[in-house]
Design a protein around this ligand. Structure first.
Ligand SMILES: Nc1nc2c(ncn2[C@@H]2O[C@H](COP(=O)(O)OP(=O)(O)OP(=O)(O)O)[C@@H](O)[C@H]2O)c(=O)[nH]1
Ligand SMILES: [Mg+2]
Length: 251
């Protein structure tokens, strides 16, 4: 076998390397903390910790900037970053995008937190704008469900209930039951901080900046963009409208 055949045979066994994102599709990379139920147990307040949320938001922002995203959304230990159909980073190679987003998220979070944490990553593809809106509605609904469950569970645990008791009380129960359980203890779920119930959005906003033109000696307005951290996201239909505006700005 000559050297070229040898090289080609072995390179062909990089079996998934030719996989690329579907042309023209919206892409979401979603990273998720590995084993964060354990990782957070001794490090962060339950069920919500402002430092943990700040580290996740910082990681979301870094992913948005580094990979050229349009919108990043974080809740719990996950971050979804949206990329436009025209996105061409790494020639849309799946392995590159998945491995580097996981590596980058792991490094950013670990540096912020001061302990080694790892993230996995996966790709979601949407061919229609409505798919993208539905995707982020889906993740936000997950945030709301987990927040209600987590608050109800840790309220019971703080009252002295065991893991088994708290789990049994909540098992199969309705949203109304969990809301009522909190309300009886003086907590109105609708007044819990929005970032805990709805997650945090990270996106670009434009603003006007005064600049000085040395040629004409005039003050001129320049349009710049900066990252906005939104801890008070709209929900339901208002979130749809908010997302559609973001998508329309891209197209
Ligand atoms: N204490 C604390 N835990 C948090 C916070 N945010 C997220 N978590 C934890 O993160 C976990 C995320 O759940 P999963 O991603 O389903 O579980 P995981 O243990 O990370 O498992 P894998 O993702 O499958 O590796 C939850 O169980 C929470 O315990 C927080 O603010 N405080
Ligand atoms: Mg996880």
């Amino acid at each position: 076998m000559n050297n070229n055949d040898f090289e080609a045979r072995l390179r062909a066994l990089e079996y998934y390397h030719n996989l690329k994102l579907l042309p023209g599709a919206w892409t979401v990379l979603r990273v998720d903390g590995r084993g964060f139920s354990t990782f957070t147990a001794t490090r962060f307040a339950k069920p919500f910790d402002e430092r943990m949320s700040a580290f996740m938001t910082e990681t979301a922002r870094a992913l948005l900037e580094e990979f050229g995203g349009v919108y990043a959304y974080t809740e719990s230990d996950e971050i979804s970053v949206l990329f436009p159909p025209s996105w061409t980073l790494f020639d849309r190679e799946l392995e590159k995008l998945v491995s580097l987003s996981a590596g980058f998220a792991s490094a950013t979070f670990s540096l912020a937190c001061g302990a080694r944490a790892t993230f996995d990553s996966r790709v979601w593809l949407g061919v229609k704008e409505q798919d993208v809106v539905d995707y982020f509605r889906w993740r936000q609904a997950d945030a709301a469900r987990c927040a209600l469950n987590g608050l109800a569970y840790w309220t019971l645990r703080q009252e002295g209930k065991s893991v088994a008791e708290a789990t049994r009380i909540l098992e199969g129960q309705t949203v109304a039951f969990k809301n009522e359980l909190l309300f009886e203890r003086g907590v109105n779920f609708n007044e819990v901080p929005a970032w805990q119930r709805r997650g945090v959005g990270v996106y670009w906003e434009t603003y006007e900046k005064d600049g000085f033109n040395p040629v004409t000696n005039e003050v001129v307005k320049a349009t710049r963009r900066r990252v906005k951290i939104d801890t008070d996201l709209p929900m339901k239909d208002a979130y749809d409208a908010f997302l559609r505006r973001l998508l329309d700005d891209v197209m």
